[in-house]
Design a protein around this ligand. Structure first.
Ligand SMILES: NC(=O)c1ccc[n+]([C@@H]2O[C@H](COP(=O)([O-])OP(=O)(O)OC[C@H]3O[C@@H](n4cnc5c(N)ncnc54)[C@H](OP(=O)(O)O)[C@@H]3O)[C@@H](O)[C@H]2O)c1
Length: 261
């Protein structure tokens, strides 16, 4: 579905799922702001890939967990969009930037806890706060959560909590912005092959276990998630808001060891 004339901001788009989302929204016609944290070369490579495919994009650094850096990010974004489009407003925000945290409650430190909450919770909240005056009526906010928000794992207690907080934010924000025709939804990936999940995906036993619990029988690819985001970003999704949509191939629908005949 065409996003021609639309402008999208994707946080954490230098690698993994965010990269695939940026490429997909650009392919659908949007001008894409590729946010990244520390990996400028990777972000620039995403911009080059978009341009090589005939699309338009630019990279912009910010640690989304820092309100100060977000302030600077949005000032530069205003200037960039005004120069390119004559208007600082945009249409789609994808809150994708996130960090994992492996560790039980017993093993996690205060610094671990603060880091994962800063990026995964404070980041989307204040990114949205800056976005509200800039997002066009009829726009889209898509929060990238995780299946772990509804099926928390003891080895990822704090991470699971961050994603549950993000899910709650989606619902509150959908109610706040509905009067402007803006939709706000959660897209929750299951296990998806990226740097973040390499520990699982590259372990043949873990990968086999997750695949055996998944209705569609495999681990997710970043394009699977980007395709689902494109559905929520599309004009036809304008009546869908405040929802939790899982893109996991049906993770957890099968019980390992039980054959389906
Ligand atoms: N992979 C999975 O199995 C899975 C499953 C469920 C949910 N998710 C969620 O999907 C999202 C993307 O995960 P991924 O697997 O693609 O991760 P990834 O491969 O580790 O990539 C993370 C991306 O986020 C950026 N980032 C990290 N911290 C940031 C910060 N403070 N400010 C701005 N950008 C930051 C990184 O930028 P740099 O390159 O500059 O470091 C990178 O572009 C996350 O929210 C994650 O929780 C992933």
């Amino acid at each position: 579905m065409s996003l021609k004339g639309k402008v999208a901001v994707v946080t954490g788009a230098s690698r993994g799922i965010g990269r695939a989302i940026a490429l997909r929204l650009a392919r659908d016609g949007a001008l894409v702001c590729v946010n990244y944290h520390s990996n400028a070369a990777a972000a620039q490579a995403v911009v080059s890939a978009i341009e090589a495919a005939g699309g338009e994009a630019f990279a912009l650094q910010a640690d989304v967990g820092s309100v100060e850096q977000l302030g600077r990010f949005f000032e530069i974004l205003d200037a960039e969009l005004t120069q390119r489009r004559g208007d600082r407003r945009f249409d789609i925000l994808v809150n994708n930037a996130g960090v994992g945290l492996a560790g039980t409650t017993a093993a996690s430190t205060e610094a671990d806890f603060d880091r994962v909450f800063a990026t995964n919770v404070k980041g989307p909240f204040f990114t949205v706060q800056h976005t509200i005056p800039r997002l066009r009526d009829g726009g889209r906010v898509i929060n990238i959560s995780s299946g772990a928000s509804r099926r928390p794992m003891p080895q990822y207690a704090a991470y699971s909590m961050t994603k549950a907080a993000l899910d709650a934010f989606t619902i509150a924000l959908a109610a706040e912005l509905g009067k402007r025709g803006i939709t706000v939804n959660t897209l929750a990936p299951g296990l998806t092959a990226t740097d973040m999940s390499a520990g699982f995906v590259e372990d043949p036993n873990a990968s086999r276990l997750f695949s055996s619990m998944t209705a569609l029988g495999r681990v997710g690819k970043v394009e699977d998630i980007a395709n689902a985001v494109a559905l929520l970003a599309a004009p036809d999704a304008g009546w869908v808001t405040g929802q939790y949509v899982e893109a996991s191939g049906g993770l957890g629908l099968l019980m390992p060891g039980f054959e389906v005949n």
